[in-house]
Ligand binder design. Structure first.
Ligand code: NAD
Length: 395
């Protein structure tokens, strides 16, 4: 069939296999050029949430940048008679194919990261990957990069649903429709107590801790093991909906989990970190109110200043300049967080972005902002608008 993009309300309903593969190849090339294996670089890596966005970049940088054996876990839909698969399904296929060509060990699993059964299967897969690569069965790096709307608690079988809402007062702002540059007013009611707790349950740190416990029981943690999970803070203008909202509460819990993992496994593993990453266009971020407008302005300014990065550039910098530095030290802020949002949060950049956000209208949005770049990244995240792909041919 010939596959054309189907986009509704900043959500893309399908994906293009050839475009996804090309996009993975582009990121692989970047990782190969910009990272080099050293004595201390990771050799056995588990990425939980490996198929798109930051998780995919984390796996590509480990595999193709450092030559690591990787096990990747994600939850993606296979294609059916009527529907294409989800982008991550095709990305995993492309990753495995390229890894095989390059002689790298890679195992991709599809399953619910929150379940005990998936954790058991993943432990077996990590042992298998270690054995295939001739490595001791101790993981060097565990990346936790899950973004999910729901989680079923393995203890009681209850399904929790996250909500992206403000706390205390309603939030009103304008949401940019990236397809045509129009704005729609957005009004989001404040979260209930239950919605706050549910969001923490889904996007907080509990599951990361359960993973560390399971991997420990499986005998896969060692003195060199490092683990990292990702968060976002962003500018004050987004705090009502992000940092001070339900998702921010969940991210506070992620940081709490990081401290608890460090306490619990002190002396046993090398350490756990939360890395604050840049706002980027992924399938998750495009649907958070006000974030698309902020990102289009941010990209415009950062591109003009020559400081723009996408997922692969961010993660290559995270590995090279933070997690795997030549002296082994991890630079952190006063809260023990790694900051690869440092360029985004620079005063001059933030000031320019805030000034721009004030003047953007439907009439000038194409000239004043990088809406074209936002749209391109969004389409590319689904395998569309990728150079070198013939979208009129049958796949
Ligand atoms: P994404 O939606 O692009 O990727 C999410 C990944 O989680 C996918 O691989 C998906 O398959 C996997 N996943 C979801 N539910 C799962 C489940 N039940 N079992 C197994 N796998 C599951 O997300 P992203 O934007 O790359 O975000 C990853 C992390 O980075 C999140 O913690 C997010 O908060 C953080 N972050 C994102 C941004 C941003 O701008 N996108 C910025 C800073 C931090």
């Amino acid at each position: 069939m010939v596959i054309k993009p189907m986009v509704r309300n900043n959500i893309c309903l399908n994906a293009h296999p050839a475009g996804c593969a090309k996009s993975v190849e582009r990121q692989i090339e970047y990782a190969k050029k910009n990272l080099k294996a050293e004595n201390n670089s990771p050799k056995l890596v588990l990425v939980i949430g490996c198929s798109v966005g930051y998780g995919l970049a984390s796996r590509i940088c480990a595999g193709f940048g450092y030559g690591a054996a990787t096990v990747g876990l994600s939850f993606e839909n296979e294609p059916s008679e009527k529907r294409t698969g989800t982008p991550g399904f095709y990305n995993n296929q492309a990753f495995d194919k390229e890894a095989q060509k390059a002689g790298l060990v890679s195992i991709s699993l599809n399953g619910d990261a929150f379940s005990d059964d998936t954790k058991t299967k993943t432990i077996e897969a990590v042992k298998e990957a270690a054995s295939k690569a001739g490595l001791p069965a101790k993981i060097d790096l565990i990346v936790y990069s899950i973004a999910s709307p729901v989680r079923t608690d393995p203890k009681d079988g209850v399904m929790y649903r996250s909500a992206i809402k403000p706390i205390g007062a309603a939030f009103s702002g304008k949401t940019l429709n990236m397809m045509d540059g129009t704005f729609s007013p957005t009004e989001v009611e404040p979260a209930t107590e239950e919605e706050i707790l549910n969001t923490v349950k889904v996007m907080g740190g509990e599951d990361w801790e359960l993973w560390m416990d399971a991997l420990d029981k499986g005998g896969l943690l060692g003195s060199q093991t490092r683990t990292v999970a990702y968060t976002y803070i962003g500018p004050e203008s987004s705090w009502a909906i992000y940092k001070n909202g339900t998702i921010g509460k969940a991210k506070e819990d992620l940081e709490r989990a990081c401290r608890d993992i460090n306490k619990k496994f002190s002396g046993k593993i090398n350490g756990a970190w939360v890395s604050v990453n840049k706002a980027l266009v992924t399938r998750s971020s495009a649907v958070i109110p006000t974030i698309p407008l902020y990102i289009t302005c941010l990209f415009k300014i950062m591109k003009e200043m020559g400081l723009h990065e996408g997922c692969i550039e961010q993660i290559a910098r995270l590995y090279r300049d933070c997690l795997y530095t030549s002296d082994g030290k991890v630079p952190v802020d006063s809260e023990n967080r790694v900051r690869i949002d440092d360029w985004e949060m620079r005063d001059d950049i933030q000031k320019a972005v805030m000034d721009k956000m004030k003047i953007v209208t439907t009439e000038n949005v194409f000239a004043e902002t990088d809406i074209a770049g936002f749209k391109h990244d969004f389409m590319e995240a689904h395998g569309f608008d990728v150079a070198g792909v013939d979208y009129d041919s049958e796949v």
